[in-house]
Design a protein around this ligand. Structure first.
Ligand code: NGQ
Ligand code: ZN
Length: 466
């Protein structure tokens, strides 16, 4: 064995073909798996044993890190017609107070929480770029860089997607004053991306893509320029966009562009697997079929979509049509992939009055099916080699606690069902490895106390200024 190769022996591990026993996982110094060998009979001498069943770590395909610090603060009735749009007013007021140091501290704590939940990658849809008065920082990527650094300090894999935000509504409506920290010219945006890539070059745990905020916030022309510029960097780098979260957005799109947002995008751009359409919530039957066929990833953020009263994504029809999806924690009212998958199924159960709606012909266990699909789609959305225990992929995984009351005395046939659908006591996520490093050991992050202290100090500063 190469002396620089590290290894772990797992009595049970979930491989691409399903659960296997006596699996030896081997990875290299860069954190990439080089061999995954089942049926190894016995752990080779000197190899550590996983403390429980091993499953791939989950990619979180949509995050606005700063919003973690306002979770729970908008759950009151400010007016009789509270909606996504009134929440957005409060969120903008909060965004106006974010400083580089507070953003770094919030992001570090958030990523500790993600890692503890078993999210091993995050796609950060980052749009607070400028100083409070809207002027550019001397380093235009000042704020984005704090988020990138938070990922490397805590150990989570990152796809950084700086956001292009230019307009306040369809038809190139000028931006509002409270959007001034988000807004860039196309040229200014590309400079920001270049500065960031120069200061923090890509590596195994870091990749860049672009995020045109929404069809409300960019023009067809600027969207084209940004995608062409990205193609020069890397023709398969990811493109993420908020697409059809609110019915008012669909109505405005119909009025201004003459088409529903997803249809409009599919008609004009080569939408394929490099695209992630976040909140493709409001799609009609033909959009559902066409989006599924495109290979793009539907970015579903179930807890946030429920919290904001968005609506229910037609998951059953979309999955039946072979559509790909991944999950994101978005506004971070919760940071738990298990809750996202559960709510994906529960939305269907509640609206259809049926059970086990999202099981497939091949996979009768809903949790197994959704877990596998969310891994695959989520991994694709990161643009990184993650989401599977196989050679060439990052050494990212979760070690479950098989002694947890929800898993005890069961077999691998029901472990994922219990992990996803039972909600008792502490999390069954015991240890978490990212790039072969054990970043969560017995439910604790190595620097948890320090990151929590910094987070509290950031909250105190934010709330003092409220
Ligand atoms: C966001 N929120 O980017 O945070 C948006 C609202 C906007 C969600 N899409 C911001 N859930 O529309 O400007
Ligand atoms: Zn979002």
């Amino acid at each position: 064995m190469n002396t620089r190769t590290k290894s772990l022996f797992a009595a049970h591990a979930l491989l691409p073909e399903g659960w296997r026993t006596d699996v030896l996982l081997e990875w290299d110094a860069t954190g990439t798996l080089v061999a995954v060998t089942p049926d190894k009979r016995d752990a080779p001498a000197g190899v550590a044993r996983a403390a429980g069943p091993v499953i791939p770590g989950m990619p979180n395909l949509h995050s606005h890190a700063f919003q973690r610090a306002m979770a729970g603060l908008t759950e009151y009735r400010a007016n009789p017609t509270d909606s996504f749009w009134s929440w957005r007013e409060l969120m903008y007021r909060f965004a106006a107070r974010i400083m580089p140091e507070t953003l770094g501290a919030i992001a570090r704590w958030l990523y500790v929480e993600m890692l503890k939940a078993g999210y091993t990658s995050v796609c950060e849809f980052h749009y607070v770029h400028h100083a409070e008065d809207g002027t550019r920082h001397a380093n235009p990527a000042e704020l984005a860089q704090r988020v990138v650094d938070a990922a490397s300090e805590t150990g989570i894999g990152m796809t950084m997607l700086p956001v292009l935000y230019q307009f306040s509504g369809f038809g190139e409506e000028p931006p509002r004053d409270d959007q001034r920290r988000f807004v860039n010219t196309t040229e200014g945006y590309l400079d920001l991306l270049a500065a960031l890539r120069h200061a923090r070059p890509e590596h195994g745990a870091l990749r860049y893509g672009v995020a045109p905020h929404s069809l409300r916030a960019v023009s067809e022309a600027s969207l084209r320029v940004v995608i062409e510029a990205l193609n020069d960097i890397s023709p398969d780098a990811p493109v993420h966009i908020h697409i059809a979260e609110q019915t008012a957005e669909v109505d405005a799109s119909l009025a201004a562009l003459g088409a529903r947002p997803v249809q409009w995008l599919l008609d004009r751009f080569d939408v394929n697997a490099r695209w992630c359409l976040v909140h493709a919530t409001h799609i009609d039957a033909s959009e559902t079929a066409a989006l599924a066929k495109s290979g793009a990833i539907a970015g579903l953020c179930l807890t946030t979509e429920a919290n904001l009263g968005d609506g229910i994504f037609p998951a059953n029809e979309y999955l039946d049509a072979g559509g790909a999806f991944g999950i994101g924690s978005d506004s971070h009212v919760g940071v738990d992939w298990r809750a996202e998958l559960r709510l994906l199924e529960y939305g269907q159960r509640l609206s259809r009055r049926q059970r086990n709606v999202l099981a497939s012909h091949e996979t009768a266990q809903v949790a197994d099916r959704l877990f596998r699909d969310a891994l695959e789609g989520g991994a694709c959305a990161t643009g990184r080699a993650v989401g599977a225990l196989m050679p060439g992929a990052r050494a990212d995984w979760i070690v479950l606690d098989a002694d947890h009351p929800n898993l005890a005395e069961q077999t691998s046939a029901t472990w994922l069902s219990s992990v996803v659908f039972c909600e008792h006591g502490e999390s069954p996520v015991r240890d978490v490895f990212v790039g072969g490093e054990c970043v969560i050991r017995e439910r604790r992050h190595r620097d948890e106390a320090r990151h929590y202290r910094d987070y509290r100090a950031a909250l105190a500063r934010l709330f003092a200024g409220a």
